[in-house]
Write a protein that binds this ligand. Structure first.
Ligand code: SF4
Ligand code: SF4
Length: 357
């Protein structure tokens, strides 16, 4: 956050910070729109959601809480043509990479799982890898707490600490800027007239104060919901795998809509199907959901997860057991989107609390 500028005679250090004014962010986004599809968070009746940046009149708000649409939807599209005429190289119109603005810490953690699944030299997903390689992430601290947020329970802070190019911490009049990558550093150098170096310890204090207050509020909510401590979450599903009472009761109201999967920033399962379009055969990839009955059905009609409780248990097993084992990460970011989206009122926090017996 701070960069030592000079050493005073007294032995203390002066610090400078990088500061970006609100109006200068508009100018930056205007300019970036030439090379990227720029998406900004806007306040809607459903909460914060992303929209395309359409110039200085765009009424967006950096800060606040995470958007209702998960970040993955800009990198791993809900439906995408992946081959045409039996060839994987499809000419694409206007396929600028995404520049995502105001991304929150919980969504950035989602990349750790998606990168593990989709990035591979031989078998990786070309669209995802291109968007990750060429895209730009301008993240931001959370300045509020959503009613379903529980990021601190999964060992995250409500401010980004990695996976961003530059991070914006909202303060009066603009943002304190933190560099997160070589691409971010280059951006700040290229637009050095907009990014100013300032010596102001009050700015640092304001950032720390906001972070402390937001984190405390999340922690209070986590404590109210009795979510097990992080070090116990990784083993919790393994230990309670045969606890039928919890799995059956927790899954009872599931209507198999798949919403919990589609809004989740770490869920990544997909289905491939063929369709005839313009006298050609095309192959499409669409998001799939492990909560839907036919997800695991195999040829011959056998289904290893034919019952609702089996599918809910599998979902928790993947998030709290499988991914910690194979990728070293719990595949839940505490974003709370699945809680907000579930018509059956199934609350992941309550299921985790029930598993802690
Ligand atoms: S499981 Fe729910 S709370 Fe966890 S990352 Fe997915 S949507 Fe967010
Ligand atoms: S959102 Fe709720 S009802 Fe829909 S599939 Fe997920 S758990 Fe079931």
């Amino acid at each position: 956050m701070q960069y030592p500028l000079d050493k005073a005679e007294s032995g203390s250090y002066f610090f400078f910070m990088i500061f970006l004014k609100h109006a200068d962010l508009d100018e930056l986004l205007d300019s970036l729109s030439g090379d990227y599809h720029v998406y900004v968070p806007v306040n809607t009746a459903r909460g914060a959601g992303y929209t395309r940046y359409r110039g200085p009149g765009t009424d967006y708000a950096v800060g606040g809480i995470r958007s209702f649409d998960p970040l993955k939807s800009f990198y791993f599209l809900g439906r995408e043509k992946v081959a045409e005429d039996f060839k994987p190289d499809i000419p694409r119109k206007n396929d600028k990479p995404p520049c995502m603005v105001g991304v929150k810490s919980c969504d950035l953690k989602g990349f750790k799982i998606l990168d593990f699944v989709f990035i591979d030299e031989e078998f990786g997903d070309p669209t995802y890898m291109k968007a990750r390689r060429d895209g730009l992430i301008i993240s931001s601290d959370c300045t509020a707490v959503g009613e379903n947020c529980f990021c601190t329970a999964v060992n995250l802070n409500p401010w980004p600490d990695s996976q961003f190019d530059i991070n914006l911490s909202p303060v009066d009049g603009g943002f304190v800027v933190e560099l997160g990558s070589g691409k971010g550093k280059k951006l700040v150098e290229e637009y050095s007239l907009l990014f100013r170096n300032v010596e102001d310890v009050k700015l640092d204090g304001a950032v720390k104060e906001n972070r402390k207050a937001v984190k405390k509020e999340v922690e209070v909510r986590v404590a109210e919901k009795n979510i097990p401590a992080y070090r116990r979450l990784e083993r919790i599903v393994t230990k309670q795998y045969e606890n039928m009472e919890v799995w059956e009761e927790s899954s009872r109201n599931c209507v198999e809509c798949g919403a919990c999967n589609t809004v989740c920033p770490t869920c990544h399962c997909f289905l491939l199907y063929e369709q005839k379009t313009d006298d050609k055969f095309a192959r499409f990839r669409v998001w799939d959901s492990c909560m839907i009955k036919d997800f695991a059905r195999v040829a011959g009609g056998e289904n290893p997860r034919a019952r609702l409780w089996m599918r809910l248990r599998n979902r928790f097993d993947k998030k709290f057991n499988y991914f910690p084992e194979v990728a070293g990460e719990i595949a839940c970011t505490g974003c709370g989107r699945c809680i907000a989206a579930c018509p059956g009122k199934i609350d992941i926090r309550e299921v985790l609390a029930r598993l802690e017996v």
